[in-house]
Write a protein that binds this ligand. Sequence first.
Ligand code: IMP
Ligand code: MG
Length: 183
Amino acid sequence: MNSNDKQILINNKKFKLLIGAEEIQSIIESMAERINTDYHGSEPVFVIILKGAIFFATDLLKNITLLCRIETIRAKSYGKSMISSGNVKINLELDDLQGKDIIILEDIVDNGFTLKALTDHLQKYNPRSVEIAVLLSKPEMRKVDLRIKYIGKDIPNDFVIGYGLDYAEFGRNLSEIYTLEDK
Ligand code: IMP
Ligand code: MG
């Protein structure tokens, strides 16, 4: 079987390959290069959104040459469904962010409620700047006005899994990204 034909089955839903592992790595390497240039001379704080962004964040951060700090935040909006709820729960305990350049690392932006809630929340810590880096974006889904400085790749509206992204908590450990086949 050709790896492009590989299908993933989770709870009777079929997913097919959308973005291969090599393409993901090259997207991430270019993004890291831009961040290294843009933040030259700064000591940014990367805020990783758990759990989805863990794969993206670790691969990106290995390519970051800046002196930097890493923090994590837990945010939830999907639960067990495939529809973003818009009701974002944030769990966080962060060290001092006053005067810092923050870069939020997120797996995917859909309607934008999660990142909007997080950026608004982080502003309360009086950072110098708050920017966003996402691996994937579904631009047609956006419901809030959000400035995203780094976007790895725009994708269609379909539900995706893999490389940190889950369907009902399954599929995060896949090295590639897969899209829902039959809707
Ligand atoms: P937003 O608040 O609608 O932008 O949703 C963003 C969050 O929903 C992300 O952090 C993901 O956890 C989740 N999400 C959005 N789209 C997908 C998808 O296609 N697959 C898996 N999770 C998704
Ligand atoms: Mg997420």
